[in-house]
Structure formats: structure tokens, C-alpha cells
Design a protein around this ligand. Structure first.
Ligand code: BT5
Length: 334
């Protein structure tokens, strides 16, 4: 009921009368009044004007079930067209990827989205740590059940990166900001050269079929303090743009884009339908890249100019000696 009332209120910039809410939901005036009071306690600023009704003038930056569901409903025509099909909101978890994996083992459906306010054991790739302080970032994981062969699954990281980049860009543009923002292949999203987003995809599979994939996404939204170990490389949307964007809006935008791009990806199980969009979001394109690979413990370094990705998500690089090289995600850092 709270979600329904919040969805009605956020669906219009105008006042809406208590009576209209009652009629639309078939509930009593007292029930509406109680929910309005609960919302005020949670930090929503709600104007109540005689003969006009209610209007929300300020939203708190919270990740409650009703805040997220109502933001997603508005963004995606009441739950159609979003990859956040079922929401699991938690306060503190070790890692949303771990929670999502457990839920997936218990048969959680495709499109289950786990969101937490804080992670105590946030994970990066190859056992690295991901800083996930309370209240200022988005730490979330989607459970996916794609009917594809396991060797295709790593491309979902690129599909997610494109969805996150476009979802955030949409919110930044709406707030009037046009900044240097994009994907650093394969899985980082950077703003003015600083890492804002990290993505960790994990899979459970048999040799020829995928059981489930979890796609974990960390976004520094309104974070202003960073651990010494990441101060030089990490930043947040707020620090880089001065804009305080509500986390629920970003989650709603990203979930809508992710649904759209996932459906394009799943038709061919490759990136054929998304290459152009991905390459236009790619900040490496046309720029010099350093390829560092290790061969039996010996490090090699090559330099070249990145051209873009191919339909398998590999980065095409023209090396300094003129030869073309396809670089596989996960093997080389750019
Ligand atoms: C990543 O790893 O970038 C993947 C991060 C995925 C995090 C999400 S949060 C929700 C879900 N649940 C999880 O447990 N994980 C996912 P990688 O490319 O390996 O980068 C890790 C490196 O980024 C670290 O070694 C630090 O140098 C740096 N780092 C750590 N925390 C950061 C932060 N909050 N912002 C920017 N950089 C950070």
C-alpha cells in the first residue's frame, strides 16, 4: 500500500487529493493519512494544501522497498520493461553477490535484484576488496538465468556496463550535466578519469549450460570520503559533478536500460546489436592503450590505439607496429 501511494504521488508534479488516492486504491482516508505520516517520518517532504491535496516536494535518498519499487514503477510503466522484477532490500550484507547467489541456489527468479545500504565484504575481481560504505553508494546484484552457453556469459558484464553508463548519463543529463563520462573497457565506468563504477559477474554453470549468472554493480553516487588506498583513482558522481542524485532514480534507470539491452543481447548471445552503442560509450576508443599481459610469470607490455569492441566483446587494438590485436577481457588490463 505504501508503494502504491508513493507511486501515485511521484507520478505527478501536481497536487493529488486524498479522496482521489482513496478512490484509486479503494482504501479509507485514515489509511491514506497514516501512510502519508509514515512517509514524512522517513524524510519525504509532503505539502498538504486544503482543497488541493498532497504533493511531494522533496525525496530522501533512501533505499527502502517502497522508495525503490515506486521509482521503478514510474520509470518502467509499472514494472514492465525493467530487469528489477523482484526486489530484495537489505540493510547490511557481506556482499550482495553472495546474497544473490544464495537466493539463486534457492531458485530465485530471473530479474531478482538484491540491493543493500552497506557491504562489509564487498568483492572486486580476483579477490580484490570493494569499498562499500553505508548510505551513499549503490551496491546491488541482479540474478539472471540466460539460456546461453557458459562461454557467452562474460559478455553480460559489458551489457551491464552499457546499461549503467546510459542509466547514469540519463540522470546526469536530466540534471543538466554534460560531462566526460563513459566505459573504460571492459568493466569500469569513469567520470573525468576517476573510477565511479565497478562490475563483478559470477556464474554457476555445467559444461554446456548456465545455471545462473549474478551481475554485481557498485556505484559511488554521493560518497565524499574514500579510503587512502583508493583516493587517487576513485571518485563519486557527487564529487565530480556537484550533483546530488537520488540513488533510487539511478537504480530505476539502470534497471530499465539493462532489461532493454539484455533482450537485445539474448537474441544472438553476442554483442552484435549493441556494438555501436557500446563503442560510442567507450572512452578508450581512438586513444592509446597499454596492454599488460603476463606469460609464465613474465610481464609483457605493448602499446597501441583502441578501435572498439567486436561482437564478442573483445577489444580491437592497432598495435604500434601496425598489426591488429584482439584483447580478451579478464586477461589484460588496459
Ligand atoms: C571491480 O573490481 O571493479 C568490481 C566491483 C564490483 C562491486 C560490486 S558492489 C555490488 C556487488 N557485490 C560485491 O561484493 N561486488 C559487487 P576490480 O576491477 O577488481 O576493482 C577493484 C579495485 O577497485 C580495488 O582493488 C580498488 O583499487 C578499487 N576500489 C575498491 N573500492 C572502490 C570503490 N568503492 N570505488 C572505486 N574503486 C574502488
Amino acid at each position: 500500500m505504501k508503494t502504491k501511494i508513493l507511486t501515485i504521488l511521484r507520478g505527478t508534479d501536481d497536487y493529488i487529493s486524498g479522496q482521489e488516492i482513496c478512490d484509486r486504491l479503494g482504501v479509507s482516508r485514515t489509511a491514506v493519512w497514516k501512510v502519508i505520516n509514515q512517509l514524512k517520518e522517513e524524510g519525504y517532504v509532503i505539502e498538504a494544501v486544503n482543497n488541493k491535496g498532497y504533493r511531494i516536494t522533496e525525496y530522501p535518498d533512501i533505499l527502502t522497498q517502497s522508495e525503490l519499487e515506486s521509482a521503478i514503477n514510474i520509470e518502467s510503466a509499472n514494472g514492465e520493461g525493467t530487469l528489477a522484477k523482484k526486489l530484495v532490500c537489505r540493510d547490511i550484507v557481506d556482499s550482495t553477490n553472495n546474497v544473490a547467489r544464495k537466493l539463486a541456489e534457492d531458485m530465485a527468479c530471473h530479474g531478482t535484484l538484491v540491493v543493500a545500504e552497506q557491504q562489509t565484504g564487498g568483492k572486486g575481481r580476483r579477490g580484490r576488496h570493494w569499498e562499500s560504505p553505508a548510505g551513499t553508494g549503490i551496491w546491488m546484484t541482479y540474478v539472471l538465468r540466460p539460456d546461453i552457453s557458459p562461454d557467452r556469459a562474460s559478455m553480460l558484464t559489458l551489457v551491464a556496463a552499457l546499461a549503467v553508463a546510459d542509466g547514469i548519463k540519463e540522470q546526469l543529463h536530466a540534471a543538466g550535466c554534460d560531462c566526460e563520462f563513459g566505459i573504460k573497457w571492459p568493466n569500469d565506468i569513469v567520470l573525468n578519469g576517476r573510477k565511479i563504477v565497478g562490475i563483478l559477474t559470477e556464474m554457476s554453470a555445467t559444461p554446456d549450460s548456465v545455471n545462473y549468472v549474478v551481475v554485481g554493480i557498485g556505484i559511488n553516487v554521493n560518497t565524499t570520503e574514500f579510503d587512502d588506498s583508493i583516493k587517487a583513482t576513485a571518485s563519486s558522481i557527487l564529487v565530480q559533478t556537484g550533483l546530488h542524485i537520488q540513488r533510487s532514480r539511478i537504480i530505476a534507470s539502470v534497471s530499465r536500460r539493462f532489461e532493454e539491452y539484455y533482450n537485445i543481447f539474448i537474441k544472438t548471445a553476442n554483442l552484435e546489436g549493441l556494438i555501436e552503442q557500446y563503442n560510442s560509450a567507450l572512452i578508450n576508443a581512438g586513444r592509446e592503450v597499454r596492454l599488460i599481459s603476463s606469460d609464465n610469470g613474465t610481464e609483457h607490455e605493448e602499446t597501441g590505439v583502441a578501435k572498439g569492441i567486436d561482437m564478442n566483446g573483445e577489444l580491437i587494438v592497432r598495435l604500434d607496429d601496425g598489426t591488429m590485436k584482439n584483447v580478451i577481457a579478464g586477461e589484460v588490463s588496459v
